[in-house]
Each structure stands twice: as structure tokens, then as C-alpha cells.
Design a protein around this ligand. Sequence first.
Ligand SMILES: [Zn+2]
Length: 200
Amino acid sequence: MPQICNEFHYCPICGSGLENMLIESKVRKKCPGCSYIHWGEYSVGVGGVLLQEKRGLIVQRAINPGRGRWTIPGGYVEQNEKIADAVVREMKEETGILTEPVSILAVKDRPEDARGVKHDIYIVFLLRYVGGKLFPDPGEVMQAGFFSPEECSGFNIAPLSLHVIRKAIEYGEQGCRNPGFILKEDIQISGSLSELFILP
Ligand SMILES: [Zn+2]
């Protein structure tokens, strides 16, 4: 496995020189000046399922990776951004539609991305329509629209996107309004910006 952590020499928090230390059975870069430990390289992506009747909103990507492929709208979470804010932002940027999060439907874990040096986690939200008209961003999206699972099963669509749209429709048919983990604000958790998503 590539030792990407060896490329880091200085602490990103306090600037001290990092030292090699045996931590939890591996040599890792640790800062002697503060508590920072370089655990690895990670990215977090979010995707949003927005339904209109029994159709899900999907976009055809205009840029690589996956140019021409249809997916639910989404993208990467910024460093200091809440995942729920990221999915709302990405949905607005890509489609022009303002939404709010309902619940977390799925989490995809991808310990090795294409280059094998980064761990990627992708979180799928169910979203609720708040306002705005469908106006795809031509820079990121070739076209966008609401399609039933039957209509889009012939598309070059990401299997997970199709699956979560199907599941969201199924839950709606069963009368379940917030399937999955929901934001819980009355439980105390530590850390600024921290939010807790938990089963209702
Ligand atoms: Zn430090």
C-alpha cells in the first residue's frame, strides 16, 4: 500500500515537525507539539435523492470522472462544512433547486479509490423540495430531470443512484416520511459544528 503519509513533514495544525511513532500497531506521523496524528487521506462525498411524485431527480455529468453518466446530484464536502449543508449546496449548484435534508438513506464506503491512496466515503440524503426551478448548471451537468426507476433503468446510471431512488419511493409508498438517520438536535455532542444523525 502506498505510504502517502510519509510525504507529510509538518503538522498542519501547529507547524511542528512530525515524528514517526508506533501508534495502534503502525508507524504514523505524530506531532510532538499538539495531539495531531496523520491517520490517512480521506474524502467525503454526498448525494441527494429528491422525489417528485414517484420520480427521482438525476443529472447527466458533464465532467469527468464519469462524464455522460447519470447520477443523483452531489459532490464533495468542503473541509469545514456540515454534510447536510454540502448536499443542499451541491443540489442547488447542479440543478438550481433549493432543498432541505430529511434523512440519511445510505453510506457507501470505498477504502481505496481509483489510485489506491485515498479512502472515500459517500453519504446519501433524502431531500425535501423547498423552492426554485430546475435549471441545470451547464458547467457540471449536461441535462437533468425527474425520472421513474423504470424510465431511467435504460440510462447509463450509477447503480447506487437507481437503488436509492427506488428505496426512497418504496418508503414513501409505505408512508415512511423520514427513512434512515435523522438530525437530532436535543442530544448533547462535543465539537463545534458537530451534528448527530441517529435513528428516530
Ligand atoms: Zn501540531
